[in-house]
Design a protein around this ligand. Structure first.
Ligand code: F6P
Length: 323
């Protein structure tokens, strides 16, 4: 009987469990067995596998995190690591490997597919950052967005009550997808993202004007990887110009946990199933994604080599809605 393996790698994201469940149950339809790899690429190199079955993945789709565990694994960046991983897969007779993760995971997957052509590799985008080329949404983004939104709505209550400006940092080391979407959804007055140069003088001017217009509170959403050097130095520099009453709040890893939203569970189901279909059809070195409601296969290399565009309409909305 043919056998697949599945692993979760890099930053965990809500919906990864739902995706593992979808992989195992979809494979069962083809009578293909699935083994789970513990702790991502680290477990692959250590030959740490667990047999999965449709029953063993029961009651996990509503849980955040990943029950298989995950890791960031430097050894997989070396050709010796890749060779070791291929040997483990061959030794275990694994014909197809499903990778649930982000760009780092897919870099490793591309190298694996290049060096070990007998093992088919298919990726599934799982990352709260939503920065993976080849899919409109990655698993976990919607949940993280709603977690951040809930927090900022609460911050707005206290900011309005005390007439304060809040600088709220959200995740996004390299890209501003979470910041942009949550900023629009929460009605933030400013949204600072790595893709757009932050000018402190302009920001200070915006805050001064909004207070002059009678706003009771002002929220600046800052992506973790913003070019101006982080939420604390940004807030400090604005204070030096305005001497304003402000607070900083870093939402951090709260955004990575919690029950996946319905949207993330549904996406996880669709992509998990599509990944199995692709492997059974003999495809390799692709990522399955969803673009405009349709399942699409994108060459794995393109998912990390190409840059996913931010929604330009949302970018234009920031200033329009902040008056
Ligand atoms: O999963 C992506 C991400 O959430 C980034 O937005 C963030 O910078 C990073 O992971 C944090 O990773 P770690 O938990 O390894 O510090």
């Amino acid at each position: 009987m043919e056998k697949f393996a599945v692993l979760t790698s890099g930053g965990d994201a809500p919906g990864m469990n739902a995706c593992i469940r979808a992989v195992v149950r979809s494979a069962a339809r083809y009578k293909v067995g699935v083994e789970g790899v513990r702790d991502g690429y680290k477990g692959l190199l250590e030959n740490d596998f667990v047999k999965l079955s449709p029953r063993s993945v029961a009651n996990i789709l509503q849980r955040g995190g990943t029950f298989l565990g995950t890791s960031r694994c430097d050894e997989m960046k070396t050709s010796a690591g890749i060779e070791k991983a291929i040997q483990v897969l061959r030794q275990r007779n694994i014909g197809g490997l499903i990778l649930i993760g982000g760009d780092g995971t897919f870099r490793g997957g591309t190298a694996l597919a290049q060096q070990g052509r007998d093992v088919k590799i298919v990726g599934i985008p799982g990352s709260i950052d939503n920065d993976i080329y080849g899919t409109d949404y990655s698993i976990g983004f919607d949940t993280a967005l709603n977690t951040a939104l809930d927090a900022i709505d609460k911050i707005r209550d206290t900011a309005g009550a005390s007439g304060r400006t809040f600088f709220v940092e959200v995740m996004g080391r390299k890209r501003g997808f979470i910041a942009l979407d949550v900023g629009i959804a929460a009605g933030a007055e400013n949204i600072l993202i790595p893709e757009i140069e932050t000018r402190i003088d302009e920001l200070a001017c915006d805050i001064r004007n909004s207070l002059k217009r009678g706003k009771k509170s002002h929220i600046v959403v800052v992506a973790e990887g913003d070019d101006a050097g982080g939420v604390f130095p940004i807030a400090q520099q604005v204070w030096e110009r305005l001497r304003l009453n402000y607070r900083v709040c870093v939402l951090g890893h709260v955004q990575r946990g919690g029950m996946p939203t319905a949207r993330d569970r549904i996406l996880a189901g669709k992509l998990g199933s599509a990944a199995v279909d692709a492997l059974v059809a003999g495809e390799t070195e692709y990522m399955v994604g969803e673009i405009n409601g349709a399942i699409r296969l994108t060459p794995l290399r393109e998912t990390w080599e190409k840059q996913k565009e931010l929604d330009s309409n949302l970018l234009k909305l920031i200033k329009v809605l902040a008056v």
